[in-house]
Design a protein around this ligand. Sequence first.
Ligand code: NAP
Length: 253
Amino acid sequence: MKEQNMHDARPAGKEIAYVTGGASGIGYATARRLAVAGFRVAILDLGEDRVQAAAGELSALGLDAQGYVADVRDREALAGIMDGEGRVDVVVCAAGVYTPRQFDEISDEDFRRTVDVNLLGVFVPAQEGARRMRPGGRIVTVSSRGALGGYGFADYVASKAGVIGLTRAMALELRPRRIAVNSIAPGFTDTPMTRTMPPDQYAKAVALEPGGAPATPDDIAVAIEFFASPATKFITGQTLFVDGGKSLGGLGI
Ligand code: NAP
């Protein structure tokens, strides 16, 4: 009963969802889904043109979206955006970087940059969001099936395994405040990120998919929307693999 009352402490009115990496790929599909579901959506990404185009596309559909250019590691910028919007109900941490490189070729600088964006870049918006959330708030991080391992992207694997650990730690510490924190681990998905792969590598990755095709961004966004929903308030600290069965073993690599 007490828990129900705490959830009722959420202020009335439209909930606001912040989506990092929201101007591209999985983040954009998520922003669109959440806006259709009735959220006001704040799209946070790099590149003024891309951000305004993404927000403009949603606004043209009659949806409530606002674009902001912000680096996910820029705490001051994120805090200013959240304070300007006035409330935080959901934070989706979808921004990320990926560069295929063999283990032996990864420099310290490469490693630092990947971990900086993919892990610190989850920690900062999640922490700023949690500080402003009322009971009932939700944080959704985006890890990767790659957190289980894979060839040619050890820095990325490490960063995405870190996201799962961070998600579990945040979930436990934020549970007394009734803030749910969960993660989605997408499998191979057709987005601008994976389209940077050389075509032969892209084809090889597709061939390893049990279903013979990559996910669409919306295949992933539907799962993010689930964790962003207020109905999932008793689910926390979980990682949902949305990978068409790839993590089940079968084909192996
Ligand atoms: P995407 O289309 O490249 O979208 C990622 C967005 O994040 C891009 O707009 C990117 O901007 C932005 N971003 C990068 N660094 C940023 C920073 N420091 N601050 C703010 N924004 C930044 O890639 P996606 O495939 O949709 O990926 C979304 C998430 O899913 C990522 O976390 C990715 O690791 C994860 N994921 C993807 C796949 C897949 O197969 N696609 C699989 C598993 C997990 P720039 O383009 O300028 O870098």
